[in-house]
Ligand binder design. Sequence first.
Ligand code: CO
Length: 215
Amino acid sequence: MKLYERLLLENKAWAAEMVQEDPGFFDRLVHVQRPEILWIGCSDSRVPPNDITQTKPGEIFIHRNIANMVVHTDLNLLSVLQYAVEVLEVNHIIVCGHYGCGGVKAALTQHSYGIINKWLRSIKDVYRFHQAEVDGIESEELKLNRLIELNIEEQVLNLAKTSIVQRAWGQRKAPHLHGWVYDLKDGIIHPVSEIEACTRLEHDIYNFDNLNQIV
Ligand code: CO
């Protein structure tokens, strides 16, 4: 059997299992989704959001890209963010990265990867912001893992800076922002950073005073 054929077969088995466990499962989800959480994670196949958090369909709205980045010119991310915050009204946004992230590792080199270079540039910026700290770590593995944590922290801050999040803070005092890192070695997630809704940011030029007029 070909791999893709196995996926279709497994899907049938999964659907049957879900109905057996909970006969109303699909009927409840067919018309509406009410996830409480937006998850922004790495595309890495070893970090599947629903599996590692034991959440079911309907519980998490998910966006994934290389190295879980929040780039302010990324229309895909912005569309997902706006829909999650303004239509679904999620109360929490989690940026979940992972140790050993290939995207962050690639950004630390001078190797050219083609079009991905443009994506990795934002990670190189995070390295530049924290170069003294990162260069002070001797072990290559620990250096990479620290940059991975700092990158998560920076992406959470990038979320806080968006007019979408700023407006929602003004209107409904949500969502809260969380930065997490997943450890591939033991499957455990560790919190890295957190920004409560309505926080005045350290560099408060990013906060807007006229929240109702933000477009
Ligand atoms: Co990754």
